[in-house]
Design a protein around this ligand. Structure first.
Ligand code: GCO
Ligand code: MN
Ligand code: MN
Length: 396
């Protein structure tokens, strides 16, 4: 790390709305074909390390920190009080809470199962997560539905399942309005997160676009309270251009929260550190978000590689992820005011200067060379990415 140099200090890292998930830091290296490689750690240790690094915000699933059988009991209150103390001790704030509706056996048929008692339990969990969120001072609640889908044909009625899922969200929003009023706090921003391929074979809401349609379907009693938490990799996985998926969310006014990481198209959810696979695309994504005024959190939802110990997780994995994000965010600012890119986009917008826009041949001819500026812009972005625009040279 010392040899790499160029890392930001804690104060600089504090200026960005970057959040560290409990589950990312506590990830033990396990997966379907992988046994754990690291010991478990609790929220006290995670916050101490995040605090040292300069990650200001913390996010958590309910069951990352509260055992399932303690949810809604006095033990929950006691744990939440300890979390508050640990946040304060490490100069951190809780920005987001999320309900785990995928891991426990109770979710085998999803939180919107046919069985009414599963759905009642799901409502309890979602309402309880809203309670925890207000108690911890959070701004956002995220829902990744998990098992909302099926493995075998004919297993579920899709329409009924989606209606039932909406009932769960409605219960969360109703509870939120009630508590927010009582506490004099603004209601939480509720964010749906899509993932296309896992953990079921077929997913009912596989993409952010599907979720936008769901939000607008008329099933939600408070659609204005519900938006999106897209994850970069989850959009890439199904073959989308993440930048375009984010643009659609922005147009709809629904880009509330953003999970940042990286990976590959049409592969499983590898959750690699931000920009380690697609740095140029990441730069572009941040140009889009800066240009259009996104001011929500950037949540480091990735898995530090299982090849490292906890030493590597906190000495290398998290600080480098934070610093790559900051560097790219600052570069994105540079892109927005780069004179060459400004000239090129200005020229593109001015058009080819054809007098008669009904003459297809003349319009095509006038725009042909103009459109070569698209490639010039791409080249300039690459130069900015590698620092060549500042005179950096490569001699051999
Ligand atoms: C994943 C998901 C999760 C969610 C989390 C929040 O990659 O499995 O992105 O990490 O972000 O469950 O609800
Ligand atoms: Mn995520
Ligand atoms: Mn993921």
């Amino acid at each position: 790390m010392q040899a790499c140099g160029g890392s930001y200090n804690r104060e600089t890292r504090h200026k960005y709305y970057i959040s560290g998930p409990q589950w990312a830091a506590a990830y033990t290296g396990h997966a379907l074909f992988h046994a754990p490689t690291r010991p478990e750690i609790g929220f006290g240790e995670v916050m101490r390390k995040y605090g040292e690094i300069g990650i200001r915000y913390w996010t958590t699933h309910d069951t990352d920190v509260i055992p399932t059988d303690a949810l809604g009991t006095e033990r929950q209150t006691e744990i939440v009080n300890r979390i508050k103390a640990a946040l304060a001790a490490n100069d951190m704030q809780c920005s987001m809470v999320t309900a785990e509706t995928f891991h426990h056996a109770v979710w085998a048929a999803s939180p919107a199962a046919e069985s009414p008692e599963v759905r009642e339990y799901a409502k309890f969990r979602l309402r309880n997560t809203v309670d925890i969120g207000h108690d911890l001072g959070a701004t956002f609640a995220v829902y990744w539905p998990g098992s909302l889908g099926y493995y075998v044909q004919g297993a579920i009625d899709e329409l009924a399942t989606l209606r039932w899922y909406a009932e769960g969200l409605n219960a969360a929003c109703d509870r939120d309005l009630e508590i927010a009023k009582k506490l004099g706090r603004p209601p939480l921003k509720h964010c749906l997160e899509a993932k296309p391929f896992e953990p079921q074979a077929e997913i009912l809401l596989p993409t952010s676009d599907a979720m936008l349609a769901f939000i607008g379907s008329g099933l939600l009693t408070h659609p204005e309270m519900v938006g999106l938490n897209p994850e970069y990799l989850h959009e890439l996985m199904w073959g989308a251009a993440p930048r375009a998926a984010l643009a659609r969310a922005l147009l709809a006014g629904k880009l509330f929260h953003f999970d940042i990481n990286d990976g590959y198209r049409l592969k499983h959810d590898v959750d690699i550190g931000v920009a380690l696979v697609n740095p140029l695309d990441w730069l572009n994504v941040l140009v889009l978000l800066r240009t259009h005024g996104y001011n929500g959190p950037f949540n480091l939802d990735y898995k530090p590689p299982r090849t490292t110990s906890q030493f590597g997780v906190f000495e290398v994995s998290f600080p480098t992820a934070v610093d790559r994000f900051i560097t790219l965010w600052e570069m994105a600012g540079e892109v927005s005011c780069d004179p060459i890119i400004q000239q090129a986009t200005g020229a593109l917008k001015a058009g080819g200067g054809v007098a008669d826009p009904r003459d297809a041949g003349a319009v095509a001819r006038a725009n042909r060379e103009l459109l070569t500026l698209h490639e010039l812009i791409a080249h300039r972005l690459f130069q900015i990415l590698i620092g060549q625009h500042r005179g950096r040279t490569f001699l051999w």
